[in-house]
Design a protein. Structure first.
Length: 156
């Protein structure tokens, strides 16, 4: 198996459990943004969508009152999949009452896959505005990505 195929399988093994358990209302919540030489992939979801063994493996508490964020940076290359790269990432999250949530992403490496995660407390109908400041390894440029996500803790 080639390193490229191994990386794809590892990414699928992490993301597939997420995609299988995302409620339909949040199915469009996977995001990416082109940053020139890089593409950033990011997502914020309730932790209860994670399978228990996946949450345990990454030290994430499953609860309808907790959310998690995942970020990965891909350097564009001649190959269609690109190359995952390490980055310095700072993240802030503010709700609509201008209350800040302190987040500290931790790096996870599995084979050639590199991604950053953290979990945090959320309230029902809380909307968070996330701001990511990203500096890919071996780059002298910072990139900023902003996105918004609303969390639902009570069943409809």
């Amino acid at each position: 198996m080639t390193p490229k195929n191994t990386m794809i399988l590892k990414l699928i093994s992490f993301l597939l459990p997420l995609l299988l358990f995302i409620p339909p209302v949040q199915a469009d919540s996977t995001h990416s943004q082109d940053l020139g030489d890089y593409v950033v992939h990011y997502n914020a979801l309730p932790t209860e969508v994670l399978q228990a063994d996946i949450a345990r493996q990454y030290g994430i508490t499953r609860s309808k009152f907790r959310g998690f964020i995942t970020v990965s940076i891909i350097k564009k290359t001649a190959s269609a999949t690109g190359k995952p790269v390490k980055a310095k990432i700072s993240v802030s999250a503010r709700n609509l009452n201008d209350q800040n949530k302190m987040l500290s992403l931790r790096q996870i490496e599995e084979g050639s896959a590199i991604y950053y995660v953290d979990d945090f407390r959320v309230a029902n109908l809380e909307t968070l505005n996330f701001k990511l400041t990203i500096r890919p390894e071996n780059s002298h440029k910072n990139f900023t990505v902003n996105f918004r996500q609303q969390f639902f803790t009570n069943p409809p």
